[in-house]
Design a protein around this ligand. Sequence first.
Ligand code: ATP
Ligand code: MG
Length: 553
Amino acid sequence: MSSTENLTPSNFIRHIITSDLSNNRNDGKVITRFPPEPNGYLHVGHAKSICLNFSMAEEFDGRCNLRFDDTNPEKESIEFLESIEKDVQWLGFTWAEKCHASDYFEQLYDFAVQLIKSGDAYVDSLNAEQIREYRGSLTEPGKESPDRNRSIEENLTLFSAMRQGEYKDGEYILRAKIDMASPNINLRDPAIYRIKRAHHFRTGDAWCLYPMYDFTHCISDAIEGITHSLCTLEFEDHRPLYDWILKTLKTPSHPQQIEFSRLQLEYTIVSKRKLAQLVNENHVNGWDDPRMPTLAGMRRAGYTPESIRDFCERIGVTKKDSWIEMAVLENCIREDLNDNAPRAMAVLDPLRIVIENYPDDETEILEVSNHPQKPELGRRKIPFSKTILIEQDDFSETPPPKFKRLIEGGEVRLRSSYVIKCNKVIKNDEGNIIELRCSYDPDTLGKKPEGRKVKGVIHWVSEPHSLSAEIRLYDRLFRLPNPDSEDSFLDALNPNSLEILTKCRVEVSLSEAKPSDRFQFERTGYFCIDSVESKPEALVINRTVTLRDNWGK
Ligand code: ATP
Ligand code: MG
């Protein structure tokens, strides 16, 4: 269990909800929503929003909807929608209702007509460039469009004709009529509907007119009776528009928008658009590449849902933007796997040892526990034989000071097994070590050797029994804490983020491992059977995280 278990750090949103409840706002109800756009896979930043929305609802006996904000048909797809459902469920949350902004297209259209009828929206024929010119700047007020005072009748006719497909894309747009001189540029007659001939993955070609985000989001919240609409800080300046639309339309419910800071995680990118670019330009092998900060990538790397939820708890929720160190995330999975992953032995870079005084054809079956602190994780059998494999770097011919592993003439303990002594180093013609000749002390199984101290313990596998495996060592995808500090975030990619080891040998118990099973390989790190490419006869194993935080060292 993690160290933060049972601790519920407070956050300012919890305070707002508590105070709303004590003032009996919203009839004592708490209804939240997680509103992704199905235009990519969810990333660890979304996890923060998911955990917040679902846990606030849960904590106050409320409900949380999953709402797809699907108003940009060109970028959205059923693949993305399904991946989002899967990821939210995998994180461990159950939505009250699954909703789509596209479910509300007809209602949204009616609300737009209502705005036109009350004189609060108009059809504009300015093109995109002109609209930008007329908008003004932070220091200068905007200019009113010549179409701003079009009659209500004419607006209604034009808007209806827009829907009927009588105009080209971009020929007209519908704008809210608010205030071209407002210091808040979002209130300078924002666009609320645009003509766009694009096939929508849910509504097909039924519409050639799509509502804009700001118009859609607040109304969707109101339709669903959301009480607390939690979003990230960049929407703070949009809140006056959110409130203006709902107030002007006199919707029966008026949700409260509350902004919190986005998760920014060092050495990674949390922007679907940029992650999509990594995928589309083949900088990574798909959305679920274990180096990706997507939930699909993290799952494939071996992250558990618990570790990600723990991470979201630890970072808390504030109004201040800040960067979170990668070590915070890595420590969450490390602690979880240290507590829960069974142990096993794997040799990544094998060196053969022949034990000269061990009988030729004998195999001994040693029984070892799967977890030093958790007998409930059971025991397993590991074979010991005359030929074993150890890591190349657990032997040294020219040992540095304090080297506790194997040296010529020295002794070392094989984990859960015997003490061996190295008698002879065998080299090939090029002078490379190819084999060690050793002897074992039969009296040292589970016992200290008589009359001498053996300090080092190394891991090993029995060569004839071991399975070969490809092990993929992942490193950070970017070499800089803030990849966006370069001209292009692509310039910050870490060229060595993936190292593939093909000569690895793992203990035979792994023949029963299933895709996604997680292990601590003794002394080596935390690993996970690849869920996509691993096969029983050709294991592919991903490193989830190193045993200790030694990045950059
Ligand atoms: P991206 O830029 O990655 O596409 P987005 O905000 O456009 O992000 P949405 O699908 O609209 O993606 O996001 C769904 C919800 O998740 C929104 O409420 C958004 O505020 C929240 N969210 C997105 N990124 C983060 C983040 N890094 N930290 C916290 N919440 C986030
Ligand atoms: Mg968005």
